[in-house]
Design a protein around this ligand. Structure first.
Ligand code: ZN
Length: 224
C-alpha cells in the first residue's frame, strides 16, 4: 500500500506506517454504543498491514461476524514527533484524508466485556481503508472540517471535527506523549455517530469538506 496524493494521484514518498486511533472522540458516537465518554483519549493502534486503498472494493470475510464502518478524518504524519508541542504538530501534518476504522463489532463487545485487548476486532488485515490525501494547506480549518458518508445514496454519517472531544492538534500532542509518530504514520481521529454494518454490494460515497470526494463498494472476499 502506498499513500496517494488526491490531486494528481502521484504516490507519496512516505512509507506506510502504523495507524494510531482514538475511540469515543465524539460524544454522540459514545452515546450510540452506550459507552461512557472517557476522561482522556482512548488510544489503540492498527499495524501497517491494516492499510488498503479505499478506492478499491472493500473485501469482507464472512467468517468473523459483522464488520462495522466508522468514517474518520485521517491525518498523515510527515515528520517525527516525540512529546511534541502544538506548533511542531502543525508543521508535521503532511496530508489530510478520510479513513474507515473497520470494526468486528461483536468480537469487540465480547473482548471488552472480558477486559481483553481489542486487536482482533480492530487491527486485522484490511481494517483501515484510506483515501488519497490532500495537502494540509488545502484544508480551510482543521478544527471544523465536515466528513460525510453516504451508503447507497443515503446520508449515514455527517459530522464535523468541531464536535471532537479532543481536537486534532491536541490529540496528536497527546498521542506523541505515549507513542512516537514517524513519517508515514497515520492518525485516525474518531468517528461521529451513525456507524453501522457493511454488507456486500453496498456503494459508499465519502466526502471531506469540498476538497475530497470518492466512491467505493463492498464485496465478498475472493478468498472466502
Ligand atoms: Zn474509530
Amino acid at each position: 500500500m502506498h499513500y496517494q496524493h488526491h490531486l494528481d494521484n502521484s504516490p507519496s514518498p512516505l512509507p506506510a506506517g502504523k495507524v494510531v486511533c482514538v475511540g469515543r472522540n465524539y460524544a454522540e458516537h459514545a452515546k450510540e454504543l452506550n459507552n461512557p465518554v472517557p476522561e482522556e483519549p482512548l488510544l489503540f493502534i492498527k499495524p501497517s498491514t491494516a492499510l488498503v486503498d479505499m478506492r478499491q472494493p472493500i473485501e469482507l470475510r464472512g467468517d468473523r461476524g459483522p464488520v462495522h464502518y466508522e468514517t474518520e478524518l485521517a491525518i498523515l504524519i510527515g515528520q517525527p514527533l516525540t512529546r511534541a508541542q502544538p506548533e511542531q504538530v502543525e508543521a508535521a501534518i503532511a496530508g489530510v484524508g478520510l479513513g474507515l476504522d473497520l470494526t468486528l463489532r461483536e468480537r469487540q463487545s465480547l473482548l471488552k466485556k472480558q477486559g481483553h485487548p481489542w486487536e482482533i476486532a480492530k487491527a486485522f488485515d484490511g481494517s483501515c481503508p484510506l483515501s488519497p490525501f490532500v495537502p494540509f494547506a488545502a484544508i480551510r480549518d482543521i478544527g471544523d472540517c465536515r466528513l460525510q458518508l453516504e451508503v447507497d445514496g443515503e446520508l449515514r454519517q455527517n459530522g464535523s471535527s468541531a464536535e471532537m472531544l479532543t481536537p486534532v492538534v491536541a490529540l496528536i500532542v497527546y498521542i506523541s506523549q505515549h507513542f512516537s509518530l514517524l513519517p508515514g504514520d497515520v492518525v485516525l481521529t474518531g468517528t461521529p455517530a451513525g456507524v453501522g454494518v457493511l454488507e456486500p454490494g453496498m456503494q459508499l460515497r465519502l466526502r471531506l469538506d469540498r476538497v475530497l470526494e470518492l466512491q467505493t463498494s463492498v464485496c465478498h472476499s475472493a478468498s472466502n
